[in-house]
Design a binder for this molecule. Structure first.
Ligand code: MG
Length: 253
């Protein structure tokens, strides 16, 4: 059962999404060689609280921080650490917030300093997969259309889809039904309806899609240590089409 949100609920989720975007902007501006992801976490947490929200990830199943920071071969759920980011790294930052019981969730991957053209292409392709997935979020489309658009573009560009993770519904919980695979068949799955609010989040690997869990119980890396990129928007479907809640309205149109 996929919950359909009212216009009033979508307004609450929009508020959350706008805070996610503002926090991401603050964090992204600080990303540079020598900066640690723990410093980024502190800035994000302060910005979330200043905005009148709470960090959604902190304490979620015991997660210790306000952002997930996953570098290079780390796929998702990385802990912020004191290790300084290095020139040539790529880092994904995932931000989640709660306001009045509603959630917002968004992630981006960027390069640190100067990165290889291969890493840049991986990031650009992941972003494009996200855009193409969002384009499939249309009334009476199918969930599988989103999955298929992401998979097709990623694989055509020579990347693999990390299959263990995917998108999800969002609302009064961080993770609601449905789970949204980043691979699948068009024309399959539930029909998309006004009021559906989904986090769409492609995760691409430059090499093998196989994953390995770190001893911390959270960080997930590619087994072959190939680079991965991850990006995510919270997107609401209304009668007027898809609206990206984690972008300012002027950029979402
Ligand atoms: Mg998510």
């Amino acid at each position: 059962m996929i919950h359909r949100k009212s216009a009033a609920q979508i307004e609450c989720l929009r508020t959350c999404g706008q805070i996610v975007f503002a926090v991401q902007q603050k964090v992204e501006a600080l990303i540079a060689p020598g900066v640690s992801t723990r410093q980024l976490d502190a800035v994000a947490e302060a910005a979330i609280i200043e905005a009148g929200a709470r960090p959604a990830f902190k304490g979620y199943h015991g997660f210790p921080a306000s952002i997930c920071a996953s570098t290079n071969a780390s796929i998702v759920h990385g802990f912020p650490t004191d290790t300084p980011l290095a020139d040539g790294d790529i880092v994904s930052i995932d931000v989640g917030v709660v306001v009045d019981g509603y959630f917002g969730d968004g992630a981006f991957t960027v390069g640190v300093g100067t990165i290889s053209s291969a890493a840049l292409d991986l990031i650009d392709t992941t972003r494009r997969c996200l855009e193409l997935g969002i384009e499939q979020m249309r009334v009476d489309g199918r969930l599988g259309d989103i999955s298929h658009a992401i998979q097709t573009h990623a694989e055509a560009a020579g990347y693999s889809i990390v299959r263990e993770y995917g998108g999800h519904g969002i609302g009064r919980a961080l993770h609601e039904s449905p789970h949204i695979n980043n691979y699948g068949s068009p024309g399959k799955g539930p029909r998309l309806k006004p009021g559906h609010v989904f986090c769409i989040e492609p995760i691409l690997s430059m090499g093998s899609p196989e994953v390995e869990h770190d001893d911390d119980g959270w960080t997930v890396q590619t087994r072959d240590r190939s680079l991965t990129a991850h990006c995510e928007h919270t997107v609401a479907l209304t009668e007027n089409g898809a609206e990206i809640l984690t972008l300012p309205a002027v950029l979402s149109a």
